[in-house]
Design a protein around this ligand. Structure first.
Ligand code: HEM
Length: 137
């Protein structure tokens, strides 16, 4: 737990073999080498995300608290993000006030605003039209 070593994504990428397997989950770096053979979900899936960000893969499965405890024991350090690195995947602690709302995982940010705006404009137009009709009568 007291590990504060920092790894760039490039460094993590180099550890992508079964005997030397690192993985990033929620911006932390885990050494899964000792766990590959014991993983109830099989070694394949771990090797698939070896050296990469496995946050989505890990969370999609809905791992138990026990799995998260095992993960804690495999911790070797934190990710050191360099300019040009991809955004962290689904990091709940940084979701609110982050300055990088560009095109994150949600996918309907701008589109939704567009729909609300256009819908509002149409409703306003219809309302005006009906008011005008009323006055003519
Ligand atoms: C080092 C990271 C990981 C640890 C410590 C871990 C641990 C575990 C544990 C303890 C289980 C048993 C069920 C549970 O307690 O939730 C499990 C199941 C599973 N894991 Fe992982 N896991 C890791 C990464 C992954 C990744 C990246 C995937 C990718 C898809 C994955 C896929 C699965 C699947 C599919 C199962 C279900 C197996 C079954 O029920 O037949 N795991 N994992």
């Amino acid at each position: 737990m007291s590990e504060t070593k920092e790894f760039t994504l490039k460094e993590v990428e180099a550890h992508n073999t079964k005997k030397d397997l690192y993985m990033v989950i929620h911006d932390k770096v885990y050494d899964c080498s000792s766990f590959v053979d014991e993983h109830p979900g099989g070694e394949e899936v771990l090797l698939d995300v070896g050296g990469q960000d496995g946050t989505e893969a890990f969370e999609d499965v809905g791992h138990s608290d026990e799995a998260r405890e095992i993960l804690d024991g495999l911790l070797v350090g934190n990710v050191k993000r360099m300019p040009g690195d991809p955004e962290p995947k689904a990091n709940p602690s940084a979701s609110s006030a982050s300055s990088s709302s560009s095109s994150s995982s949600g996918g309907f940010g701008v589109g939704l605003y567009g729909i609300i705006l256009v819908g509002g404009a149409i409703a306003y137009g219809v309302y005006n039209y009906l008011e005008a009709q009323k006055q003519q009568q």
